[in-house]
Ligand binder design. Structure first.
Ligand SMILES: Nc1ncnc2c1ncn2[C@@H]1O[C@H](COP(=O)(O)OP(=O)(O)OP(=O)(O)O)[C@@H](O)[C@H]1O
Length: 343
């Protein structure tokens, strides 16, 4: 298996930079998500990987094989990659088995080899019993599994997925996430998965490239993105939490309780260092900063509280029990993470 290498890749449409100098070294068999808000350039990056768009700068290679640079462009069918779209793109006049077998037929493979490959691909997505059905007779999740089977029937070393769960309801998304995990585990293919849904990216990917306005903001594991997001913008994009402006600390520094409480109690909006405090690092009790409960939302296993500190800074906390809205509480901050301020 070979790694996918993206070096300084850029894409311009006229004057507009859709992607700027993006570099990622993706390990063989890694599950990677490109995550970011609408318009950040993730689909354009995926289309350059697929070979549907040319690169305006940089280079893309799989192992030792050059896929694209500014003078060279390997066409999609020579890249040994498969692609899954949110629209499924199944042929309505073909049954499930014929849809799955189509790419194999295109390669001139027939007979027993053809039938074996289709059977194995359908087994991988657990749809053997649906081989004779037409796509219209399937649910959205089943159609997406057919699209997955069709993509892996040619054993690609790289699979590109463009928001594959966007058309599915919440319940189905959860079970399809399991299907992708299983699919990744069984095939060992390198997966590049585009999504704007941070919880989907966090639960699926080994590493996530977060993009904003065409640029890479951070390339890290889900745990690192959650615990050590680089910037204020990223902290707001990933997970729950509050950002306090404190008069001390430097970006990349962890603040323990004493230091954090000392800075927070002198803050009163005077600080300039953004500090992320996750809800699990806010303890309600006998001591701490004075806060007022503005909203309490029941989340099943806990209550999510929106607090307001005396200097009016909002603070999110969790509580195992209900606390009435309007109550006065005391909040201890047990850990903070210093962020880069947004420009
Ligand atoms: N063919 C094109 N011609 C001109 N501009 C384009 C083209 N394709 C994309 N763009 C622009 O490039 C930017 C990035 O678009 P892209 O589709 O990659 O973003 P995205 O992050 O995938 O967004 P979404 O989640 O909404 O699909 C956008 O501003 C878009 O308008």
């Amino acid at each position: 298996m070979e790694g996918l290498s993206i070096e300084g890749v850029g894409k311009r449409f006229g004057d507009q930079h859709a992607v700027r100098s993006l570099s990622l070294e993706i390990e063989p068999g890694e599950f990677v998500a490109l995550l970011g808000p609408s318009g950040c350039g993730k689909t354009t990056m995926l289309r350059m990987l697929a070979g549907f768009e040319r690169v305006s700068a940089g280079r893309i290679a799989l192992g030792g094989r050059l896929w694209a640079d500014t003078t060279h462009h390997l066409p999609p069918e020579q890249r040994n990659m498969g692609m899954v779209f949110q629209s499924y793109a199944l042929w309505p006049h073909m049954n499930v088995a014929d849809n799955v077998g189509y790419p194999v037929k295109l390669r001139g493979i027939g007979g027993n080899d053809y039938r074996r490959r289709v059977r194995e691909a359908l087994a991988l997505v657990r749809l053997e019993a649906y081989a004779e059905r037409s796509p219209q007779e399937l649910s959205g999740g089943q159609r997406q599994r057919v699209a997955l089977a069709r993509c892996l029937v040619t054993s690609p070393s790289v699979v590109l997925l463009d928001e594959p769960l966007a058309n599915l309801d919440r319940h189905l998304r959860a079970s399809m996430e399991e299907c992708f995990r299983d699919f990744h585990h069984r095939t060992g293919a390198t997966l590049v998965y585009v999504t704007h849904d941070q919880s989907e990216a966090m639960s699926l990917a080994d590493r996530i490239a977060v993009m904003k306005a065409g640029e890479l903001v951070q390339w890290a594991t889900p745990e690192t993105l959650y615990r050590q997001p680089r910037s204020e913008w990223l902290a707001g994009f990933i997970g729950d939490g509050s950002v306090l402006s404190l008069p001390g600390g430097t970006p990349g520094q962890v603040l323990a309780t004493d230091m954090l409480m000392s800075l927070a109690s002198q803050a009163s909006g005077a600080g300039h260092q953004p500090v992320l405090v996750r809800p699990e690092h806010v303890q309600l009790g006998e001591q701490g900063l004075n806060a007022r409960v503005e909203r309490s939302i029941f989340r099943g296993e806990r209550y999510e509280l929106s607090l307001r500190l005396a200097d009016l800074t909002p603070l999110v906390a969790y509580s195992p029990r209900a606390i009435a809205e309007g109550s006065e509480v005391k909040a201890m901050l047990t850990q903070g993470w210093c962020l880069e301020a947004d420009a």
